[in-house]
Design a protein around this ligand. Structure first.
Ligand SMILES: Nc1ncnc2c1ncn2[C@@H]1O[C@H](COP(=O)(O)OP(=O)(O)O)[C@@H](O)[C@H]1O
Ligand SMILES: [Mg+2]
Length: 245
């Protein structure tokens, strides 16, 4: 899928009269998984909303595949697949009907073979594809949403706490899928509370405190990929409301 990935440069976003993002800078190249961690209220979801162009930017810049959502909102939205914390699909439609419907909304037609292949790639059981979403677990909903994201072939994928509420097997399947997307050059920005999960899949881990990037770590090419003790220390301090030294 390629593309230029995404970058946030010195981003300031106000909500409720204060700067919730206060100079946030990070970048996610194509084929790269960035895990953004931080406590409740640190500004993680706000960073995703701003990337989608859903919140006004006071200063700084968002670039999605080279485009600024303030200038080219439609092009930016077309370049992004976004999984909110609660997947927003239609409960009364089947998985297949949801995918067909949202593809038609995005004005994208895909062949039956392409759709079957996407469901196979996310490992959603073929019988489940014909069942209504109301009978689905969170993991199955996410597989449906990711199948849709795959079919849209967007260069950028945003995920808000995707593994919260998934069992260990579903989390593992989900991470395998992220690695597949990475291999097809998607730029993935994932907001998460799951430090151990991030250590498994991320190329870069960032810690956001009070709307700023407090620390950032790059995966090593040899095991262990990250210094877990250092990460754990920084996150425990962040949860306690301190800025790491
Ligand atoms: N709709 C809103 N109106 C005003 N302030 C908000 C709104 N949503 C979030 N905020 C503020 O922004 C801060 C960051 O929220 P959010 O980005 O959702 O945090 P996170 O996803 O890291 O938990 C919160 O502490 C809250 O004070
Ligand atoms: Mg959030």
């Amino acid at each position: 899928m390629g593309g230029q990935g995404l970058s946030l440069n010195e981003l300031v976003v106000m909500r409720g009269g204060r700067s919730v993002l206060d100079g946030l800078t990070l970048s996610v190249p194509a084929g790269h998984i960035y895990a953004l961690l931080g406590g409740n209220g640190a500004g993680k979801s706000t960073a995703l909303f701003a990337t989608l162009g859903l919140l006004p930017v006071m200063s700084g810049q968002v670039l999605v595949d080279g485009k600024d959502p303030a200038e080219e909102p439609d092009a930016v939205r077309a370049a992004i697949a976004y999984l909110p914390e609660t997947v927003a699909l239609y409960e009364h439609l089947t998985a297949r009907e949801n995918v067909d419907y949202f593809l038609s909304l995005a004005d994208q037609s895909r062949t039956n073979a392409e759709i079957v292949e996407a469901f196979a790639q996310v490992r959603l059981d073929p019988t489940a594809q014909g069942q209504r979403l109301s009978a689905f677990s969170k993991g199955m909903r996410q597989k449906t949403a990711i199948a849709l994201a795959l079919l849209r072939k967007t260069p950028v994928l945003l995920l808000d706490e995707p593994t919260t509420g998934l069992d260990p097997q579903a989390t593992q399947d989900f991470h395998a899928l992220l690695l597949d997307l990475k291999a097809s050059d998607v730029a993935i920005l994932m907001v998460t509370h799951d430090l151990l999960g991030a250590v498994d899949v991320a190329d870069t881990i960032g810690l956001i405190i009070d709307g700023k990037l407090a620390s950032q770590w790059q995966a090593q090419s040899t095991l262990p990929r990250f210094d877990l003790q250092a990460l754990y220390g920084a996150f425990t301090q962040a949860r306690a409301g301190n800025t790491p030294a």
